[in-house]
Design a binder for this molecule. Structure first.
Ligand SMILES: CC(=O)SCCNC(=O)CCNC(=O)[C@H](O)C(C)(C)COP(=O)(O)OP(=O)(O)OC[C@H]1O[C@@H](n2cnc3c(N)ncnc32)[C@H](O)[C@@H]1OP(=O)(O)O
Ligand SMILES: O=C([O-])CC(=O)C(=O)O
Length: 395
């Protein structure tokens, strides 16, 4: 429903259609912009220093030196794992990679006309329905469920891409690390180390980002004392939108529309004249660049140099040309979805699979927030300013 927008600010009174003359106008924070709603110790996004810390560690350093498995442990437990802790987590993760038959069948029942994010969302819901500990909200049970869900999501994403391509499903390989196994299940082989590392870096960078829209959704759902799978299912719905995770898919659509680097500036001028949002640019919190982009862009450049195909080089040139034009015209910089889109394309993923890859990474952050929200819960229920009809009698 569209209503007249109340003034944003702290004007003391308002008058207008249907409002009593002296109704006080509260300060409206449209989109909750600038509002601090709670504390968190999972990650710190600092737009002033253009930095992102996971449990205190700079994400760039983690991406350069650590595995995604180690980063997942860090986000869930607050500290990097010892060798024994990592070994225990790894054993559990590898033991839960294969999808239960009911989950696999539920995915295979879904039409290939639906978006892969719908498949992810449905799969998590089915996994929850079959989990005998679904209603156990102790921190221990929540961590165990989070770990199993994280272990299963690569199989969900890979299976869905393969069935859409009419390919045989590839079973997980317990001898491979998380990233290698994910790529093995998606493509039937483990690609070169450069590709594996690029994929792993993207997973680390995508894993967590404080109170973004999908994480906040997970926290809202948790705040009602609902269960972890419901929280993740809702978060997937929030991530799907093009203003959030769906932008990595939309970036490739933009590149396809532009074609080649020499068309980027003219395309952008027309798109801005048409008041279009340019996907992969801008951010609610960072206003002078997304802290994760330099790492992911270097990773993309490494991938392009490694592949050294005409297509890869042309895509990188188009990337640079659109970024340069957008910076010059609007001063709006890329967010993480801008380099991950072309990187996933060059790795061989189908474009609609990009946002499910984000899901597979962000499930770590979401579930860390579910546990944190539950530990110090308050029902999340903001207020609104009513701007509809004044009270009237039913005729
Ligand atoms: C991993 C992630 O989820 S990162 C985000 C991924 N999303 C995208 O890439 C989608 C494109 N980007 C956007 O739509 C926005 O930048 C958002 C939604 C991410 C953040 O937006 P907000 O903080 O709400 O800022 P808002 O949309 O009000 O933008 C402020 C101004 O910059 C403009 N602007 C911001 N981003 C863009 C963009 N990508 N293209 C064109 N203009 C933009 C707006 O039009 C607005 O201009 P105005 O003041 O003249 O009206
Ligand atoms: O923080 C945000 O609003 C969006 C984002 O970059 C993310 O979720 O990674």
């Amino acid at each position: 429903m569209t209503t007249s927008t109340p003034s944003v600010g702290s004007a003391p009174t308002a008058s207008g259609p249907g409002l009593a003359a002296a109704t006080p106008v509260p300060e409206i924070h449209k989109g909750l912009a600038g509002v601090v709603v709670d504390t968190t110790s999972v990650s710190k996004v600092n737009p002033d220093t253009n930095s992102l810390l996971y449990r205190g560690y700079p994400v760039q350093e983690l991406a350069a030196t650590r595995s995604f498995e180690e980063v997942a442990y860090l986000l869930w437990h607050g500290d990097l794992p010892t060798a024994a802790q990592l070994a225990e987590q790894t054993a559990t993760e590898r033991a839960h990679r294969a999808l239960p038959g009911a989950v696999r069948n539920a995915i295979l029942e879904l039409p290939t006309t639906c978006h892969p994010m719908d498949v992810c969302r449905t799969a998590v819901s089915v996994i929850g329905a079959h989990d005998p500990t679904a209603e156990d909200s102790s921190a221990e049970a929540e961590h165990a469920k989070a770990l199993r869900l994280w272990a299963m999501l690569p199989a969900v994403v890979a299976l869905d891409q393969r069935r859409r391509r009419g390919q045989q499903i590839v079973d997980p390989d317990e001898d491979l690390g998380y990233a290698e196994n994910f790529l093995h299940m998606a493509f039937g082989e483990v690609p070169d180390e450069c590709v594996v590392r690029a994929f792993e870096v993207s997973m680390i960078l995508y894993a967590e980002h404080s109170f973004n829209a999908s994480t906040f959704t997970a926290r809202v759902i948790t705040s009602t004392l609902s269960d972890l799978h419901s929280a993740v299912t809702g978060a997937i719905g929030a991530l799907k939108g093009a203003l959030h995770g769906g932008a990595n898919e939309a970036v490739m659509a933009t590149f396809a529309e532009i074609g080649t680097a020499d068309h980027a500036a003219a395309w952008l001028d027309q798109a801005l004249a048409d008041k279009r949002k340019i996907m992969g640019f801008g951010h609610r919190v960072y206003k002078s660049g997304d802290s994760r982009v330099p790492t992911m862009k270097t990773t993309l450049d490494d991938l392009v140099a490694h592949l050294a195909t005409t297509e890869a080089v042309a895509l990188d040139e188009l990337y640079d040309a659109l970024e340069a034009a957008m910076t010059e015209r609007k001063g709006i910089l890329p967010n993480l979805d801008y380099p991950t889109g072309p990187a996933y394309h060059l790795m061989g993923f189908d474009t609609p699979t990009f946002t499910p890859l984000f899901v597979a990474a962000r499930v770590v952050g979401w579930t860390a927030h579910v546990v944190e929200q539950r530990a110090a819960n308050a029902l999340i229920r903001p207020l609104s300013q009513y701007v509809g009809q004044a009270q009237r009698a039913v005729p």
